[in-house]
Design a protein around this ligand. Sequence first.
Ligand code: ZN
Length: 265
Amino acid sequence: MPELGDAEGFRRSALRLAGALIARLEVPDPSVVRNVDVATLQRAIRGSVIGSACRHGKCLLIPVGTSWMLLRFGMTGSLILDETGNVSRRFERLSIGTDRGWLRLVDRRRLGNVSLARTEPECAELIGALGPDALRIGNPEFIAQLRSSRGSIKSAMMDQQRIAGIGNFGSDEILWRARIRPDAPAASLSPAQWTSLHRATRSVMHLTARAGHTPRGRTWLTSVREDSRALCPRCSTCLCRSEVNGRTSVWCPECQPPSSLATRA
Ligand SMILES: [Zn+2]
């Protein structure tokens, strides 16, 4: 599932076409276009020059002439740079054709979408519901955004209106590094735990953004989480799985003790 790091990778693909002239827009699946019809989108962007793409959370904003296209990637979406025209077009939903190549939105499960903003206020409105970006958020704001939640810390972290960019895998990775159990109530965290959590969030977000995806390696929970008998990469204890807000959470019972024990420690 695309998270902040993946969206950062898509941003870098879009940046490769900054300055390119849009010659055509192909939309094999018109249902991905949300707030306008396909003909309106085509009229708005054809003949425009692509600007420097930016990212907020898991969303990508691509300036096109005086407008912006906002791309959301859902569960399985990705943005592929096709400079030769030879990339597979399986699950292609929308493609922007320029004088220097194509940007293709592919999405197997069709949960991603594209919106058009013609003015800055429209643009601000499209991303307005999202919280601050997880890569840039400072410590006081990080705590303020999450501490007011009545739910678990994991569900608060995944709430895009609180903080934008952290998904299911990202929240598990961060909580494992901060040694906090995913189902711990957000309101129960100690000052030391908030510090650890913010530090782990910054670290994971920076490493995933730099890689353009979640890196795989011996020190990553994400690398082993899908193995049915996965062991903790830190202490080799059998990892646990549980449901938090309908999503499978993976955690280590040794490294992430119940909050009462963590408070005593
Ligand atoms: Zn462990």
